[in-house]
Design a protein around this ligand. Structure first.
Ligand SMILES: Nc1ncnc2c1ncn2[C@@H]1O[C@H](COP(=O)(O)OP(=O)(O)OP(=O)(O)O)[C@@H](O)[C@H]1O
Length: 337
């Protein structure tokens, strides 16, 4: 449904050398998927997202949406192709002199809807985003979350196939963010709209995306199912993002002064249901001290993480116990041996 083939974007600033904002990105995004692009500021996320509706032209490479090479279109053809692609923004981009209903109606007028069909569609779509009672309010009278709901209503009113989301929750508090992400998920499931979302927060990726591309320095450095990226991040930048999100750092003081081995253990699926730690305690006579732990739910799947300290009189016994744990869990990282 969406295909990027070796997309590069260069910006020429002044007379100096150009900046490469997006470097050789190739991706395929399936119809109906919620696809996340994560990276720090300046990674090239916005620039890449904007190539999907040709707000930004690639300097090299091709962008195909619904079988049409959007990066090669202009004029009427481009306007038509863009009508199949909605977009929402971090700061909502609403028209402040128009009411909520007028903001949504405006997008339908622009898409060439018959006058008589606009009002019923506005009513329907405002009900879907939970804003029926705010139809005649102006944006200034709304909370951030309500403004983003207007943005979403406006973006999906014309039945697009794709919804592009540019940091949709970055200006919102945690609770409101969660309700907006839940609304996006609901829209994806009910209407089958493909969602491409950019964010700098792994938590946003974790809560609604199916797959994720990690961007750094204009490149996609990692790509995969969200669960797999969280469970086995490969690239050092992804490892840093995931570890920061899971927040399992122990105070330095504790790390330095504890005897024995400190392990971070990952439990996935079956391994989460087996009494691995009590088994090693009994079998090898090691003392197991749990220092930190949590279970993250990503989609329907659980990812358990524990930080434990293993001690015994004989260090060789601890080594054997660590090997035993390694064979029965998804991953063991020795934080300090
Ligand atoms: N119009 C432009 N002219 C020149 N350079 C630009 C332009 N737009 C973006 N850049 C540069 O391209 C790089 C990528 O920017 P981009 O906005 O895509 O990153 P981002 O990952 O979306 O970051 P942020 O989250 O801060 O928006 C940056 O170095 C930026 O300075």
């Amino acid at each position: 449904m969406i295909e990027l083939d070796k997309v590069c974007v260069d910006f020429q600033t002044g007379r100096g050398p150009s900046t490469r904002a997006v470097s050789d990105v190739s991706l395929t995004i399936a119809a109906g998927e919620i696809f996340g692009i994560v990276g720090t500021s300046g990674a090239g996320k916005s620039t890449l997202l904007r190539t999907l509706n040709a707000l930004q032209r690639p300097s090299a490479g091709r962008v195909n949406v619904n079988g049409v090479e959007i990066s090669a279109l202009d004029g009427v053809d481009l306007r038509k192709a863009r009508q199949r692609i909605g977009m929402i923004f971090q700061h909502f981009n609403l028209m402040h002199t128009r009411t909520v209903a007028q903001n949504v109606a405006f997008s339908l007028k622009a898409a060439g809807w018959e006058r008589s069909k606009i009002a019923p569609r506005v009513t329907e779509i405002l009900a879907l985003v939970g804003l029926t009672d705010k139809a005649n309010r102006y944006p200034v009278q709304l909370s951030g979350g309500q403004k983003q709901r207007v943005g979403i209503a406006r973006a999906i009113a014309n039945h697009p196939d794709v919804l592009l989301c540019d940091e949709p929750t970055s200006a919102l508090d945690l609770e409101t963010s969660a309700t907006i992400l839940a609304l996006l998920k609901q829209i994806n499931q009910q209407m089958g709209i493909t969602i491409v979302l950019i964010t700098h927060e792994m938590n946003v990726i974790k809560s609604i995306c199916d797959r994720v591309a990690v961007m750094s320095g204009g490149e996609v450095v990692e790509l995969g199912e969200v669960f797999d990226v969280f469970a086995h991040p490969q690239h050092p930048f992804t490892q840093q993002l995931v570890s920061h999100t899971l927040n399992l750092t122990l105070p330095e003081r504790l790390q330095q002064h504890l005897p024995g081995q400190l392990l971070k253990i990952l439990f996935i699926g079956d391994s989460a249901e087996q009494p691995v730690l009590s088994d090693v305690a009994i079998k090898f006579g090691v003392a197991v001290n749990i220092l930190h732990g949590k279970i993250e739910y990503i989609g329907e799947r659980a990812l358990g993480i524990l930080v434990v300290q293993l001690t015994a009189d004989d260090p060789a016994v601890v080594e054997t116990a660590v090997e035993h744990i390694r064979h029965r869990t998804a991953q063991v990282e020795v934080i300090r041996g």
